[in-house]
Design a protein around this ligand. Structure first.
Ligand code: G4P
Length: 292
């Protein structure tokens, strides 16, 4: 069985991302960091605050339709307690998107009044979207720009080759998101990223992952194991790997000789979680003690 999930990141890739973020950040008033509401902290790149300096930012907990609403509310309160503005949305259907522009204006209220005082009120507020792969950056941009999919002409002296999308009379969005890489030294963070599909299965042991997910479900949401026809008495006293075997057996995933096809069972468990079939499930809760 494979060891803990780990990924080698190429230093060149990191440097390129950092340079891209640092150069784009100069062009905007706000950085909008998209995260996955099921794993809000694990789906962030901890280096980002360093790269954006003191630029204002907004955290978007996307995919809130797939997360436990009670835990999402706890995360919003936690970010607020840290002084970091955050909203929860579902970019796929657009639920919660109505909070986005009012929040942007609230965060940038000082900038807006400064511009008004200087007679620059017509200058648009600009922002960029960043986030690790698969958190819904493109979906968010499409959703935000839905009503006004008009490209803004490049302005001489402002940007070369950048495309801005107007999302309100006075708000523009850089239409190419900044792709961050997920970063983790902690195995639990790597696992959460793999559970949601943010880290590709090719670099993970699928069976190990499914076993870890089933074991976590047994701890936190045992009733959800009924999806795999596993009752509380079925799972009592089982080793973690036996949970996967049982899930496969209950779904009739057998190979000749009556053995369970555990690879097929593992793929099924992960696909059903990722596809939201297990219900609204948060994989991470806010830290108990305050953290910057
Ligand atoms: P990215 O730019 O950050 O890489 O992410 P992207 O928008 O491509 O979204 C990645 C996947 O997440 C897509 O699913 C997308 O539909 C889904 N997604 C985005 N926002 C939400 C959300 O708020 N809720 C849920 N449940 N899913 C969301 P996919 O399977 O790759 O494609 P498809 O299902 O759209 O065909």
């Amino acid at each position: 069985m494979a060891q803990s999930p780990s990924i080698q990141w190429f230093p060149g890739h990191m440097a390129k991302t950092r340079r891209m973020i640092e150069s784009h950040v100069k062009l905007v008033d706000l950085v909008v960091e998209i995260t996955d509401a099921r794993i809000p902290q694990s789906s962030r790149n901890p280096e980002l605050p360093k790269w954006i300096g003191n630029k204002k930012r907004l955290i978007v907990l996307n995919k809130c339709d797939a997360a436990d609403p009670k835990i999402t509310a706890q995360w919003l309160a936690w970010y607020q307690a840290q002084g970091i503005p955050a909203i929860a949305v579902d970019a796929k259907t657009g639920r919660g998107m109505e909070k986005f522009l009012p929040k942007v204006r609230e965060i940038l209220s000082e900038e807006i009044s400064r511009r008004e005082q200087r007679g620059m009120a017509g200058r648009p507020l600009r922002m960029m979207i960043v986030g690790i792969p698969n958190v819904g950056k493109s979906s968010f941009i499409n959703r935000a720009a839905k009503e006004r999919r008009t490209r803004v002409e490049d302005r001489p002296g402002v940007t070369v080759g950048k495309q801005w999308v107007s999302i309100a009379k006075d708000v523009e969005l850089l239409d190419t998101p900044g792709v961050l890489w997920p970063k983790f030294e902690d195995q639990a963070v790597g696992e959460r990223l793999a559970f949601t599909g943010a880290v590709k299965d090719q670099v993970m042991d699928v069976e190990l992952l499914a076993i870890r997910l089933l074991s976590w479900l047994r701890e936190e949401y045992p009733q959800l194991l009924e999806r795999f026809k596993m009752t509380p008495s079925d799972i009592e006293g089982l080793e973690d790997y036996e949970l996967l075997e049982l899930a496969g057996r209950k779904r009739g995933m057998l190979v000749s000789g009556g053995e369970v096809d555990t690879l097929r069972a593992a793929t099924m468990v992960l696909d059903e979680y990722r596809g939201g079939k297990l219900g609204k499930l948060s994989l991470e809760i806010p830290p108990q003690e305050e953290q910057a």
